[in-house]
Design a protein. Structure first.
Length: 208
């Protein structure tokens, strides 16, 4: 889209105006707000990981919902201005050191993993989609490795190549999987969120 047209649409967008009026850093905050209004993901005492958090709209919304017993650890490759109640780790979540740092900051109970990670779009559709699928797979693996049995994960994915396989993978690992396209997600965007709840117990095979 031409830059001028993008700017016109951006500033006419009611969610951009609302974010400015309500002090949110990004219109993305309303996507999480709308999903949370429907699915009640965040409790006052939730321990939450926010993957791909910058500039911080999701984190801001989630932190506002938490009480003193709740905790939020956010991570992004990009820097993010501090937010009250949020521990921010700057790093590439696909790197083992960063992954381990986030796990250790969370502690031994994690109730909710949110991933809004998206690659920098190169404009080459097939490779952008493959990188987006790769980020979603890492977020799902992370969620499965650390969530409590009744925990949830909300993962951004893009409809296209690899989407059906991601959905099948989520269904193998969670008892309930729902697709969410909140009104704040632009209709022309292929993004949707997969919501997984209730980890399936790991069935180990016979020992050899
Ligand atoms: C759509 S933005 C997130 C918006 C954010 N949820 C909000 O509410 O403001 C996607 C983010 O994913 C981050 N990201 C992409 N790849 C990443 C990676 N490998 N590790 C950490 N963050 C990553 C990008 O830097 C970008 O800030």
């Amino acid at each position: 889209m031409a830059r001028n047209r993008w700017m016109d649409e951006h500033f006419a967008d009611p969610y951009v105006k609302r974010a400015q009026a309500e002090g949110y850093r990004s219109r993305a905050a309303y996507k999480l707000m709308e999903i949370d209004a429907r699915d009640r993901l965040i409790r006052a005492d939730s321990i939450i990981a926010d993957l791909g958090a910058a500039p911080g709209g999701f984190s801001q919304y989630a932190a506002r919902r938490l009480g003193p017993a709740g905790r939020l650890v956010a991570v992004d490759i990009l820097p993010m201005d501090p937010l009250p109640g949020v521990t921010f780790i700057q790093g590439d979540f696909t790197e083992p050191e960063c992954y381990a740092q986030v796990l250790s900051a969370l502690g031994d109970r994690v109730d909710l993993v949110i991933s809004d990670m998206a690659p920098n779009m190169s404009g080459v559709g097939a490779s952008d989609q493959a990188r987006a699928v790769g980020l979603a797979e890492i977020a799902i693996d992370f969620a499965v490795s650390c969530l409590t049995a009744d925990g949830s994960c909300l993962i951004k994915v893009f409809q296209g190549a690899g989407f059906t396989e991601l959905l099948a993978d989520m269904r193998r690992r969670f008892q309930r999987v729902a697709t969410r396209k909140p009104p704040a997600s632009r209709p022309r965007s292929p993004e949707v969120y997969l919501l997984g709840t209730g980890l399936r117990p790991v069935v180990s095979g016979p020992e050899s």
